[in-house]
Design a protein around this ligand. Structure first.
Ligand code: FEO
Length: 396
């Protein structure tokens, strides 16, 4: 087992590494994850968060290398979601008298709803402080990052922010700090994490960034992935960009196809963008997981979604993607949408895609492309011309 890591004087990472996690409630985690718990060895020994219960023994073994776990007096539970809290009931067996600091009221109600009224709850709000002896913990409620109960904790003496899910990445490594891991790999995982977990709550991210603007950070310690030390400015700037709905001149074309007619339209839409100098990527939903495709929507100014008509509706893969998109995409993001698809006789799918995209907040100035059977060369040329002319108008 990997040893605990002292990340600052008497402050230890004692979490767990989940090398084999591949699906986090529907989001593919190709590089596994970590559940970060932090131990403060002070006059009052304090544990910040626990881990998923299947990793409880691993966490306790790490704690035991630093202190006797039965000496823990305070537990800060920053988030009710079970990847961080399901180890709490077993922790209580080791330290039945420990006080559990959690957000008021959502942390208390959430923990009670999950595990019963079994803890010595100490509800805390933004601005409340806890002295562990030499160190101070200042609580900052961050509702909806990523649940109503979520909160962060700042330790001013070492300028450490325990940021909970915010700034996290599902990434399992033996290294704990950002400067030890390839930066691009971290950012790929951080952006996927933001798109799949945090994206609907951009307004709360902006508020939190404003609330934290006057703080100084030596370390930002999220609950998943590496600890930010050398790249704090980079990840804060990216959260600022992502939460303010800034998009780039980039097009993504997402589709499923039965007999390649919808795919023909998809490829011509892609070519239309590329010919106008807009970088573009094509995603067939048979081969690309929705949690990877959604990550591309973080920066795409143009999003085209296509489905043939199947049984008077959309392909199930496209319907699943649109359901996922509707739950995650911020309506404030003013991206341009295109709905397209081929049909044989009834042809409902394209209108359904269009309606869903409008509900997601897309503007759709190019209209829709709804073509019967196999689109001819003339039809495909007209699709390209419509997009090309539309881009010229947008840029005029
Ligand atoms: Fe990592 Fe919202 O839990």
């Amino acid at each position: 087992m990997l040893d605990p890591i002292e990340i600052a004087p008497n402050i230890w990472w004692v979490g767990a590494i989940d090398w084999n996690e591949r699906n986090f409630h529907g989001y593919t985690t190709d590089r596994g994850s970590t559940y970060n718990a932090y131990l403060i060895v002070d006059e009052h020994i304090t544990l910040i968060d626990t881990v998923k219960k299947s990793f409880f023994d691993e966490m306790v073994e790490r704690i035991s290398q630093v202190v006797d776990p039965s000496k823990i007096e305070y537990i800060v539970s920053q988030h009710v979601e079970q990847d961080h809290s399901s180890g709490l009931p077993r922790m209580l067996e080791l330290v039945p008298n420990a006080k559990v600091y959690t957000s008021d009221p959502a942390g208390v109600t959430g923990l009670k709803a999950h595990f019963g009224d079994i803890f010595d709850f100490q509800p805390v709000k933004t601005g409340d402080e806890l002295s562990t002896g030499k160190y101070t913990l200042q609580f900052i409620q961050t509702p909806m990052l990523h649940w109503p109960d979520s909160m962060a904790t700042y330790l001013p003496e070492e300028k450490i922010l325990f940021s909970m899910d915010a700034f996290g990445q599902h990434l399992s490594t033996s290294q704990r700090f950002d400067y030890e891991v390839d930066f691009n790999e971290i950012i790929i995982q951080a952006s996927k994490y933001y798109a799949n977990i945090v994206m609907p709550y951009g307004l709360m991210v902006s508020r939190t960034l404003k609330a934290l603007a006057d703080y100084e950070f030596n370390l930002i310690c999220p609950s998943h992935g590496i600890i930010w030390k050398e790249h704090i400015g980079d990840i804060v700037a990216l959260y600022d960009k992502w939460s303010s709905d800034q998009v780039e001149d980039y097009a993504i074309v997402i589709y499923d196809t039965m007999w390649h007619s919808t795919e023909l339209i998809a490829k011509n839409i892609l070519e239309a963008f590329v010919e106008k100098g807009v970088p573009a990527r094509l995603f067939d939903l048979k081969y690309n997981h929705i949690s990877d495709v959604i990550t591309e929507t973080l920066k795409a100014k143009y999003v085209a979604i296509g489905s043939p008509t199947l049984n008077n509706g959309m392909m199930p893969s496209v319907a699943a993607f649109l359901t996922y998109l509707k739950g995650l995409t911020p309506k404030s993001r003013k991206a341009i949408g295109i709905a397209f698809g081929s049909y044989g006789w009834s042809g409902q799918s394209v209108g359904m895609v269009e309606a869903e995209m409008k509900e997601c907040g897309f503007e759709m100035p190019f209209g829709i492309f709804r073509e019967q059977w196999v689109p001819s060369d003339e039809v495909l040329a007209s699709v390209k011309k419509t997009i090309s002319d539309g881009l010229d108008e947008l840029r005029a």
